[in-house]
Design a protein around this ligand. Structure first.
Ligand code: NAD
Length: 432
């Protein structure tokens, strides 16, 4: 099939590469000329494990190409996927300007019947809005479908190629048929294609993210309670996770959730709920708890050093919002760094891949270390904020020797408090 994917970010690139790998002819288009130039030069502008190999293979076999010419990509395509960003507006709502602009461009460029599919996370009613824009700008027949994306950064290729489910929200039988054919190889072993109406598909995406965020905020609040009452949240986590009605996944307390999806999608869902006068009390509390949680690690550090960090240096391991990505959008590490700087500390940071993105934000205001151990030289304390594999079993003797004071703040509960205390560290975790 001939496809166009508009927006070559974390979602669009993975989708474009994944679709082409199953034999489709795909053009990935973006307005960012620098990004497209890098892709055309064989560079992958984001860090996502396995994506470089998948892109190179399909570019080489002629099924995948990149372009700034949106109209050219759309002309002659059977399906167009909109995968542009839908960032948070000031009022919390999803900013749909890019989606709407792309819809208008598609309408002007289409040459015959076309199925326009939204992969971007968009509020309920967006499929109708896109239909209205298409009707306004073209006389050609079209169908619109909502096909929200559920991939996780860091494991995106696996999620995309072997999805838990594929949601196709549309009432149009031609769109259903084309998308059924497109996704058949992705759901071959287990038919996980779910057909819904567009509004339900749109809401499902927000419901899924809000549910996952709820689990995290729930555990983070319980972790704070566990500290107060002398319980160990890790033991509680294993206890409740063994119940199949609850399940063991997504129950890890930490320094708060970040990333390009949960924070903005929770806000956008709250906005929609408010606008139809059906407020979501649980989801509102999830967001408040997360804002508070992102400050917890910094508060522990300040308290340890007697309320001021003037003259102190703190080493921070892990900047990406989670391991295996270079994405720092809404990352808890950024909140911690701001907090440490405001309290007068010097910060030396390390991350396996996200340092260039963080440097672009802070410049010379913080230090960056070439290796995780270099970050510890002259540091008074170490905080780990992202649970990269590299940080899970460090050489603790080396850590202790390098730090001015043997104190660690474990924002992801990756280390064993008893082991660290036996080695002579002062250990602070979350909820234990
Ligand atoms: P991103 O910021 O990485 O990429 C968006 C791309 O769209 C950028 O390359 C940008 O240049 C391009 N773009 C913006 N305006 C454009 C326009 N008018 N025409 C053409 N291209 C344009 O975003 P992302 O993380 O890939 O997310 C895209 C969408 O998918 C969002 O709605 C997001 O909520 C959703 N989503 C993201 C993830 C994730 O893990 N990142 C997962 C599921 C869903």
């Amino acid at each position: 099939m001939k496809l166009a994917v508009v927006g070559t970010g974390y979602v669009g690139l993975v989708a474009g590469a994944g679709f082409s790998d199953f034999g489709n002819d795909v053009t990935c288009a973006d307005v960012d000329a620098k990004k497209i130039a890098r892709l055309e030069a064989g560079e992958v502008p984001i860090y996502e494990p396995g994506l470089d190999v998948l892109i190179a293979k399909n570019v080489k076999n002629g099924r995948l190409r990149f372009s700034t010419d949106l109209a050219g990509a759309v002309a002659g395509a059977e399906l167009v996927f909109i995968a542009v960003g839908t960032p948070q507006s000031e009022d919390g709502s999803a900013d749909l300007r890019a989606v709407e602009a792309v819809a208008a461009t598609i309408a002007r460029a289409m040459t015959g019947f076309l199925v326009v599919v939204t992969k971007s996370t968009v509020p309920v009613g967006t499929a109708d809005r896109i239909s209205a824009i298409l009707r306004e700008h073209t006389a050609h027949p079209f169908a619109v479908a909502s096909n929200p994306e559920f991939l996780k950064e860091g494991d995106a290729i696996n999620d995309f190629m072997k999805p838990d489910r594929v949601l196709v929200g549309t009432d149009d039988e031609r769109a259903r048929e084309l998308l059924r054919r497109l996704y058949a190889p992705f759901v071959r072993t287990n038919d996980r294609l779910q057909f819904t109406d567009a509004r339900s598909a749109e809401l499902t995406k927000y419901a899924a993210n809000a549910m996952l965020a709820t689990r995290i905020s729930f555990m983070n609040e319980l972790a704070l309670l566990a500290e107060r009452v002398g319980a160990d949240i890790d033991q509680v986590r294993r206890g409740i996770g063994a119940d199949p009605r609850i399940g063991a996944k997504f129950l890890f307390p930490g320094a708060g959730y970040g990333g390009s999806c949960f924070p903005k999608d929770v806000q956008a869902l709250l906005y929609v709920a408010r606008s139809v006068d059906q407020p979501l009390e649980v989801v509102a509390a999830v967001d408040r708890a997360n804002v508070r949680q992102k400050l917890v690690l910094g508060q522990k550090i300040e308290r340890h050093f007697g309320g001021t960090l003037a003259g102190r240096t703190v080493a921070v391991w892990g900047l990406a919002f989670k391991p295996n990505t270079d994405d720092i959008r809404e990352a808890p590490a950024l909140v911690l760094i701001d907090q440490l700087l405001a309290a007068g500390a010097r910060v030396v940071a390390h991350d396996p891949v996200a340092m260039p993105n963080v440097r672009a934000r802070y410049g010379e205001r913080i230090g960056f270390a070439d290796s995780m151990y270099d970050a510890l030289a002259d540091a008074d304390a170490l905080a780990v904020v992202t649970e990269w594999h590299d940080y899970r079993r460090p050489d603790f003797a080396r850590v202790k020797q390098a730090l001015r004071e043997a104190v660690v703040f474990d924002g992801r509960n990756v280390w064993d408090p008893r082991e660290l205390r036996a080695l002579g560290f002062t250990y602070y975790g979350i909820g234990r």
